[in-house]
Design a protein around this ligand. Structure first.
Ligand SMILES: Cc1ncc(COP(=O)(O)O)c(C=O)c1O
Length: 1012
């Protein structure tokens, strides 16, 4: 027996109960005393009862519902808690033991229920919903599904307006409430298209009891350690019914769309998580987006109806704008495209291209006279590489709209052939540096850059129409060939008259994609091989689309590209070419890396983008998504520097040998390095890395002093070789570092004035005294000190300066104990600090040995030790020193060119000015975001330290990692550092511009404001 039928009783005004009445019911019926506060509800009446520490929800049911329906909800809640492991409210029985209790309210007898209040927050309260939260919503939906799979109850026999099986009827009924005619038309069209698909799929969709309203409003979330809001429990089983099991997932995903109005693929993690727990059938995947659209349509029409019924209901009014935003997002993408994108996500590709598309793109042949451009044989065409790894497009041509045509002209000039750009290629020319959103880079068409006019013919039979600059030829099954850049023949001169119209139907989507629907209106029949018109000189865009009436955009963004490419097959067969792009597979590549590369050599990010190109302070992945590089301290000049690339290529072509030979580059480079060091440090060794430089420095010190004991500081990293590892104390790099140092290594207290043992103005003296005590102790014991090694600016601890005067005191004590002072300038030297070329200048000391690497080679393996001649002479007594490649002509050429560019491009000066600007921006963020405890550093070497509490300095370690993940989504690469991994390390190439510094600050602000 159907207990409730929405179509029989369409009007559902909420019961009228005030908070005093609610409090009285809670006390009289349930024995719970406390004030009542109204909670929103669309059809019932809900109150929060605060009874001492305990909180309850009093629900007063709309009288249209049968007690059996409410009993079914209670039974389902118990089942879900038990089997699904999902937190749900507990039912509190009335004083007489009943779960459903009748109460008299204002003359009406209403059913009341009491349940515990599930504490938490809602996703609706945050602007940004993390992929982890979206995934958990999908997983919750899947677990709910499994828990209720075999649940049956007479109370499920109801016809609800929210049951998506009835969505089309609901929309029909309530559409008149949508006053805006344009909006009403959009709803009608979208519902009709979705309904058509669902009708076809309905028989294959499994049904069962479902929650029915598993939206972000009904999912209770908790803050995880990393600060992300993650679903933990579910409330409000009021729409429990039997329906399609996929509907719950659609309802949940639909509710998220307003968070990312331009990105319907926000739902992807939920769908993937659901599928992993409860595998979706093909029919369910195909039904998913039509259901999202239907849900969005039902919500907007119901919202309009509710608004007219209860104009004063704030809950209804608030939901209205949100519902329309969700509807707009749901209909911004054709259902076919979204479905294909999800099939691709779940590795369920379509069975194959549709017949007409297949025959158009493969069977049409230039030689049989059915080619699109019969006067242009394939041999006269040449492929043009516009991908991220194109060598024809230097980084300065990224996002340069003219670059494509110029390259085509160059190719035509060089080869005498016509350049063709691939379908499915992610074009670097469409990349957009400093962009929060991944730009639309994937070509959904092939493009011919014609150098002269050529005739264009119909490759197959169809109906042709002209609209604007586009000719569309449609086959019987709706597959359409779109040609941009054709001048159609006039009626008198050829086949085609202009003025026909290809109906696009539906509302325009974001990014220019119209929704599908509509059919060609009129048009002119064309035979295979019949002439259409002329194209060229210039671009001819050729696009196929298998969706009837849809005009796809020319380009798609990476998230939706697989969906678009599935409905826009490769048209290159029409040119007689077979040049399909093979899509990159970053995850497959990662698996190959994992199989052969030592795991301890970790990679950034759990799911890293595949980065294949760099330009200045930008990096690009294989989809031509650009990222601002705030982490590559090695690449001081920036990526892809043409002067360096050219110099290296020239030197490689001339000579590359080793330092036992005599060549100019070596003498010039060592002379320049010695010239950069303080007076007296006149002797240079060249090696390949920072580890080697430090290793050699330690050896020099031990031999020169005849001692073996080394003093270093905590939270330091000096390299991976045996000796440099022994003096590395960073627990972030090696969690057991402090317990496993050998007896000759003596570790000084962390000289960290922000969170170390000593803070405040006197901290510098205290640390220096403490350090001097350790060193004097070694001296007293007779061991003495061979060397003290430290970064002159405290890099690994988070980019902070050492306390004023610290190195002066420590160097004095070390020298008094007979030791040498090694300044590890591997990270901080070479101009990065802006005000200083070397870090030790900031401390106003002169070391005995300087080690340098990283930036001095801009990424080429190059390191150096600069020291005094007497120290080098001591070492020479022990034998000889040779590094096969350390001082090679190529390495020296790199070193010289880096110094030239540093000077010519004034990069140290840039580090100073842009660094100061960035610091001001970071300090301003600190004034608004509690989580920023401190901004350390200077120049382009900074650390933004994140804390949970500014007084306890509890490190926000998990949050820092999550914020870095969020920043990657926003187009910024930055990583955590320091022992507690709670400092954003900021050490970009020194060519960083103020605009990019602002972009970084804006994105960090966005992440901290909207959530991560
Ligand atoms: C301060 C410092 N010293 C030495 C090294 C080791 O340099 P490399 O990786 O070139 O061996 C590093 C590397 O991160 C470093 O940061």
């Amino acid at each position: 027996m159907v207990l409730f039928d929405f179509f029989e009783s369409a009007e559902l005004p909420n019961p009228q109960v005030d908070p005093d009445q609610a409090a009285a019911i809670a006390q009289q019926v349930f024995g719970v005393t406390g004030p009542a506060r109204e909670l929103g509800s669309q059809q019932d009446c809900n109150f929060l009862i605060q009874s001492g520490e305990a909180r309850f929800v009093l629900k007063i049911a709309n009288p249209v519902f049968h007690p059996q329906e409410l009993a079914a909800q209670h039974a389902a809640m118990r089942l879900v808690a038990q089997r699904g492991g999902i937190e749900v409210p507990l039912i509190v029985p009335a004083a007489d033991g009943q779960e459903l209790a009748w109460a008299d309210v204002g003359g009406a007898r209403l059913i009341t229920r009491l349940m515990t209040y599930l504490p938490g927050e809602q996703l609706a309260e945050v602007a940004h919903v993390s992929p982890a939260a979206v995934a958990e919503l999908g997983a919750t939906s899947a677990r709910m599904c499994q828990a209720l799979a075999d649940f049956s109850h007479p109370g499920l026999d109801r016809v609800l307006q929210w049951d998506l099986r009835h969505a089309a009827r609901v929309v029909d009924l309530l559409l008149p409430f949508v006053a805006d005619a344009d909006r009403a038309r959009q709803v009608r069209l979208a519902t009709a298209a979705a309904q058509e698909r669902l009708r076809r799929l309905a028989g294959d969709l499994p049904e069962q009891a479902i929650h029915g309203d598993l939206t972000e409003d009904n999912v209770v979330c908790r803050r995880r350690d990393d600060g992300r809001l993650i679903p933990a429990g579910v409330i409000d089983f009021g729409d429990l019914a039997r329906s399609w099991r996929i509907a719950d997932l659609a309802v949940g995903c639909q509710s998220l769309l307003h968070h990312a109005p331009r990105d319907p693929m926000i739902v992807a993690p939920a769908v993937a998580a659901f599928h992993q727990i409860t595998p979706l059938s093909r029919a369910e995947i195909e039904a998913f987006w039509p259901l999202v659209v239907q849900r969005a349509a039902t919500l907007v029409v119901s919202g309009e109806q509710q608004a007219s019924l209860s104009p004063d209901n704030g809950y209804v009014a608030g939901a209205r704008a949100r519902d329309w935003a969700c509807f707009t997002c749901a209909t911004s993408i054709p259902v076919e495209v979204m479905t294909e994108a999800l099939l691709h996500l779940l590795h369920r590709p379509a069975p194959g291209p549709r017949s007409t598309a297949a025959s158009w793109s493969t069977a049409a042949s230039w030689s049989t006279g059915t080619a699109l451009l019969p006067s242009l044989p394939p041999a006269d065409m040449v492929l043009m590489d516009l991908s991220v790894t194109s060598t024809g497009l230097g980084g300065d041509r990224w996002h340069d709209p003219d670059a494509e045509a110029e390259l085509a002209t160059q190719i035509a000039g060089d080869s005498g052939k016509v350049a063709v750009a691939r379908h499915g290629e992610y074009r670097i020319t469409r990349s957009r540096p400093n962009s929060a959103l991944a730009p639309e880079t994937c070509a959904l068409h092939a493009e011919v850059f014609l150098t002269a006019p050529v005739p264009v013919h119909a490759p197959l039979r169809g109906v042709a129409e002209v609209r604007g600059g586009t000719v569309a030829v449609q086959a019987d099954d709706g597959t359409t060939l779109h040609l941009d850049g054709v001048r159609p023949d006039t009626a008198s001169g050829g086949a085609l008259a202009s003025g026909g119209a290809l109906a696009s139907g539906g509302a325009p989507a974001s990014g220019g994609a119209p929704v599908s629907g509509g059919a060609p209106a009129g048009g002119q029949a064309l035979d295979s091989g019949q002439r259409i018109g002329m194209a060229g000189p210039g671009r001819l865009r050729i696009q196929l689309c298998t969706v009837n009436g849809l005009r796809p955009p020319a380009f798609a963004g990476p998230a939706l590209a697989p969906g678009w490419l599935a409905v826009c097959p490769d048209p290159s067969g029409l040119l007689g070419l077979d040049v399909a792009t093979r899509p990159a597979d970053p995850r497959g590549l990662l698996a190959r890396r994992a199989a052969s590369f030592a795991h301890v050599q970790e990679h950034y990010y759990a799911d890293p983008p595949q980065i294949e190109a760099g330009w200045r302070h930008h990096l690009a992945d294989v989809t031509a998504r650009a990222y601002l590089d705030m982490i590559n301290n090695v690449t001081i000049l920036g990526h892809g520097h043409p002067r360096l690339a050219e110099a290296v290529a020239r030197q490689w072509a001339l000579l590359n040998t080793n330092s036992r030979f005599h060549y100019a580059q070596l003498a010039e480079f060592t002379e320049r390095l010695a010239g950069l060091a303080p007076d007296g440090l006149d002797t240079v060794y060249l090696v390949n890395s920072g580890s080697e430089a430090n290793d050699l420095a330690l050896r020099l010190a031990c031999i020169h002093t005849g001692r073996r004991d080394i003093v270093c500081v905590r939270e330091a990293y000096h390299g991976w070789s045996r000796a440099t590892d022994e003096v590395s104390t960073s627990t972030a790099d090696n969690p057991r570092a402090l317990q496993t140092r050998p007896d000759w290594v003596h570790v000084l207290r962390t000289p960290n004035t922000y969170r170390g043992d000593f803070r405040g103005p006197a901290a510098g003296c205290q640390y220096a005294r403490d350090a001097a005590g350790v060193i004097e102790g070694l001296h007293r014991d007779g061991a003495g000190v061979a060397a003290f090694i430290a970064e002159a600016y405290y890099g690994n601890a988070g980019g902070m300066p050492l306390p004023d005067g610290y190195l002066t005191s420590v160097y004095q004590a070390v020298r008094h104990a007979g030791g040498l002072c090694i300044a590890d300038e591997v990270q901080v030297g070479y101009g990065r600090l802006g005000d200083y070329f070397w870090g030790f200048e900031q401390q106003q000391v002169v070391p005995d040995i300087i080690t340098v690497a990283k930036g001095m080679g801009n990424g080429h393996p190059l390191g150096a030790v600069i020291t005094r001649r007497d120290i080098a002479d001591s070492f020479a007594k022990e034998g000889y020193f040779f590094s096969s490649t350390g001082a090679s002509p190529v390495s020296c050429q790199v070193g010289n060119t880096v110094l030239d560019v540093l000077a010519d491009e004034k990069l140290q000066e840039n580090a100073r000015t842009v660094g100061a600007h960035l610091r001001r921006r970071m300090e301003e963020l600190q004034s608004r975001h509690e989580i920023i405890g401190a901004v350390h550093g200077t120049g382009l070497y900074m650390g933004v330290e994140l804390v949970r509490d500014r007084s306890t300095l509890e490190p926000a370690t998990a949050e820092t990692a999550a914020i870095c993940d969020r920043l990657l989504e926003l187009g910024v690469i930055v990583q955590p550092t320091a022992d507690r991994m709670n400092v954003l390390k900021i050490k970009p190439p020194l060519c960083l511009t103020a605009a990019s510094a602002d972009f970084f600050a804006d994105m960090l602000d966005e992440a901290l404001t909207s959530g991560w």
